[in-house]
Design a protein around this ligand. Structure first.
Ligand code: ASP
Length: 414
């Protein structure tokens, strides 16, 4: 039986779990407590396993990536290209979100709710952000899972290994072996994905049911359609025109990561799967993927940018606040910053929304309306966040000769 089960492609098994989860969840929406107690733990188990992989996987594969790239100038170039693409795609995302919110008016006709205003989140200062990139205690950074600090430490270790030369060969081999072990573990954990995805979907569907969604259907549809359009048009065009790559192959190769992102709503949590999909299905080298993806999971969030823009205009519409040209410009700037500052964890975008609303002078009570359905919106935005990271890893790899075109064009293996 296991043989027949595992002969079915993983994405089909995960998709099956997802659909079954929605059906079971809706059927049991009268008893969300039962789903919470008996089904959700399987989702949490999957999540815990996947989180277990993140820190060692990012650290080891990035050290291996840096040692395989060797030339520091080349690494600098990859870094600049990556950040450049991240900014360009985020800018498109915010503008698209704004246009959608203005055309479809998701906030008109929605009732205000009276709620205590939550506290606004603040962005740390630019200087602090830069200083914090360097971990004063690398073990502490690894222990607390601070991805940006781990990236910096891993790059420094990798460069130092390159400089030491043959004497550091044993360490390089240990890192390589460690990374291989982590990849093997990722493949193993992914076998749990169909069950985990089923449990998480059942939990979401049971919790929200259909009745809660209907009054807010407009904003949900607005965020989903904008996200899908951004992926197909913006990513599709960049892949095709800049990368000379077939977008259909890209979407086929990344589907496992998309489904895990959709159900877990965490781009940091999906990282092991994204690394696996880009390396095994899309032929992106370990060097590029292990640098571009962890960085993207922390700073590149196109889905979140789309959401921040739509949600801000939504709140203005619900509360009957008229926005002017200056306000829209402000939304573009702050939504971009919010998407960069949001952590790749569930609900981070909602917390960042407080910052956007305060800056524009919109009532924070608006948050209460969005918060009720945030998980549903988070599923769409996290999927796009992860897709955007993977897309950039492909075009950067292609431009650096670090993409195996034969693997990219072949049917997905993972
Ligand atoms: N959950 C999103 C992510 O992990 C962040 C957000 O809440 O917007 O990518």
């Amino acid at each position: 039986m296991w043989k027949t089960w595992s002969s079915i492609k993983l994405w089909k098994r995960i998709a099956g779990g997802l659909i079954l989860g929605v059906i079971v969840g809706i059927a049991m929406s009268g008893a969300p407590g039962v789903v919470d107690t008996w089904i959700k733990p399987f989702g949490t188990l999957f999540l815990n396993f996947i989180k277990m992989l993140i820190v060692p996987l990012v650290f080891l594969s990035l050290v291996v990536g840096v040692t395989s790239l060797k030339d520091p100038a080349r690494m600098g170039r990859i870094g600049i290209k990556t950040v450049g693409w991240y900014l360009v795609t985020t800018a498109f995302a915010v503008v698209l979100g704004l246009v959608f919110a203005l055309v479809f008016q998701p906030g008109t006709g929605v009732e205000k709710v009276a709620a205590a205003a939550p506290k606004a989140a603040a962005l740390p200062s630019v200087v602090d952000t830069f200083l914090n990139l360097v971990p004063t205690n690398p073990v502490g950074a690894l222990a607390s899972g601070n991805i940006l600090q781990i990236i910096v430490f891993a790059i420094v270790v990798g460069i130092a290994i390159n400089f030491v030369g043959p004497k550091a060969d044993p360490l390089e081999r240990v890192m390589q072996a460690g990374a291989d072990v982590m990849y093997k573990m990722t493949a193993g954990v992914m076998e749990l994905a169909p069950l985990g995805v089923f449990a998480l979907m059942a939990w979401v569907a049971a919790k929200y049911g259909l009745s809660i969604l209907l009054p807010l259907a407009k904003i949900i549809v607005c965020v989903y359609v904008a996200c899908i359009l951004h992926a197909i048009v913006v990513y599709g065009l960049i892949l095709k025109l800049y990368g000379g790559l077939n977008p259909v192959q890209f979407f086929k190769g990344i589907v496992d990561a998309q489904m895990v992102a959709f159900t877990t709503t965490s781009s940091a949590g999906t990282l092991p799967v994204t690394l696996r999909c880009t390396q095994d299905n899309l032929g992106v080298s370990v060097g590029v993927s292990s640098f571009v993806l962890p960085l993207g999971a922390t700073i590149n969030m196109d889905g979140t940018a789309i959401y921040e823009a739509i949600a801000a205009v939504f709140v203005a519409q619900v509360f009957g606040v008229t926005l002017g040209g200056g306000d829209y410009l402000m939304i573009v700037i702050v939504a971009t910053l919010a998407s960069i500052g949001a952590a790749g964890v569930p609900g981070a975008g909602l917390i960042m929304l407080t910052m956007v609303l305060t800056t524009i002078g919109l009532p924070l009570e608006g948050l209460a309306i969005v918060a009720g359905i945030d998980r549903i919106l988070d599923m769409a935005r996290t999927t796009i966040n992860v897709t955007g990271d993977a897309m950039v890893s492909c075009v950067v790899a292609k431009s650096e000769g670090e993409l195996n075109k034969a693997v990219y064009d072949a049917a997905p293996v993972a």
